[in-house]
Design a binder for this molecule. Structure first.
Ligand SMILES: *Cc1c(COP(=O)(O)O)cnc(C)c1O
Length: 380
């Protein structure tokens, strides 16, 4: 028997309470029973997002939310500034081009955070830019971008909105949608929100709604205005993912019971212990700036194939982590610390990592990373 551990940056483990909630008999979405569930979930999302804006709930993976954040706010020919520091930044560029936008890409070296000053300069040079697209946490590299600083900059540009892919940020670290001036914030169900894949969430500020009013809307399924009209009445334009919404109700209960600050503190503590444990085992972290607490990209040691590490973790030890993508393929392996995890998941990950590396012939002292993590994770 091989017990399975899911430590990939999405999907992440789902708590048993949530699985049981989702197994309840189906509720009809136009029946009165659905109304209070949807109402509670909408309120809970505002709490999680730290916003007074509406947070739309969409039946899709996270990319559906990203697509809507392009098609609802940009008309063909509009200018967009895309921060591209990894696979998901690249996705913003592809999406914007698909909807006919004129894209200026601000390329960021993989492993680095964008320099907010460069965004400020690009906006100064071209005030006609309608939207800035960025990741709060770039999952492919394990790096955060300083969206708080970007919010400050974009606030001063009356014609520009800031669109944040927070799919591996919301529920991991503090992200103050309103206070930081984040106009559109997207997340998905299968990362920090401890749900299966299938829901996307999008908050929209007043400034962004005004921008949507001016845009030639090219969306049908992901039409945010139509969704807002329905969702403020606790309905959805089309059939919602009912069981997922019931699961989300349970997730919000769990997160409220823990407290938002405590959720962030736990995620930070685990990511920190993982990074420090890896370093104590003689490894290095790929992120050169602001490592994301959602996922850690660890450099494969000299002479060891990163893909072999990731495969061996899964095949020999039952741990699903992730490899590197594109230019990082074979160079890194990635371990998630998002969502329903606790200190022993980190210790498990480090123990397995050491065993895998030793198995692949790398000189490593078994227990070196584990001991460091244990010391960091001891209860007071
Ligand atoms: C997972 C992820 C997405 C969305 O991917 P889906 O497969 O569509 O859910 C987008 N951006 C980031 C940063 C992600 O980690």
């Amino acid at each position: 028997m091989l017990k399975r551990y899911l430590l990939a940056p999405g999907p992440t483990p789902v708590p048993p309470e949530v699985l049981l909630a989702m197994a309840r008999p189906m509720v009809h979405h136009r029946a009165p029973e659905f109304d209070p569930i949807f109402q509670e979930v909408r309120e809970g999302l505002k709490w999680l997002y730290q916003t007074r804006n509406d947070v739309l709930i969409l039946a899709s993976s996270g990319t559906g939310g990203m697509e809507g954040a392009v098609s609802n706010f940009l008309s063909p020919g509009d200018k967009a500034l895309v921060v591209n520091g990894g696979k998901f930044g690249e996705r913003w560029g592809k999406l914007c081009k698909t909807f006919g936008a004129q894209v200026t890409e601000l390329k960021v070296e993989w492993g680095r955070s964008v320099d907010p000053q460069q965004v400020a300069e690009a906006l100064k040079k071209d005030p006609a830019i309608k939207a800035v697209y960025v990741q709060a946490s770039e999952t492919s590299t394990g790096v955060s971008h300083d969206v708080k600083a970007l919010g400050q900059i974009v606030k001063g540009c009356p014609e520009t909105i800031l669109v944040v892919d927070a799919i591996t940020a919301l529920g991991v670290f503090d992200l103050k949608t309103d206070d930081w001036g984040l106009d559109v914030v997207i997340t998905g169900s299968q990362k920090a929100l401890m749900l299966p894949p299938g829901l996307a969430f999008v908050s929209v500020s007043d400034k962004a709604w005004q921008s949507a009013d001016k845009a030639k809307n090219t969306a049908f399924y992901f039409n945010f205005k139509r969704e807002r009209e329905n969702q403020t009445k606790n309905q959805t334009a089309y059939t919602p993912a009912v069981s997922m919404i019931i699961g989300l109700q349970e997730v919000i209960k769990m997160m409220k019971a823990e407290g938002l600050d405590q959720v962030f503190a736990r995620q930070t503590q685990m990511a920190h212990a993982l990074r420090e444990g890896a370093k104590a085992a003689g490894l290095t972290i790929f992120a050169k700036d602001m490592p994301s607490d959602a996922v850690t990209a660890i450099n494969a040691p000299e002479g060891v194939d990163g893909q072999a590490i990731y495969k061996s973790l899964r095949v020999k030890y039952g741990i699903t982590a992730a490899g590197g993508q594109d230019q990082l393929k074979g160079k890194v392996f990635r371990i998630s610390t998002m969502g329903y995890l606790d200190r022993f998941d980190i210790i498990t990950a480090l123990a397995a990592m050491e065993m895998v590396l030793k198995g692949l012939g790398h000189p490593i002292t078994l227990g070196s990373g584990v001991a460091r993590a244990q010391a960091l994770l001891m209860a007071e």
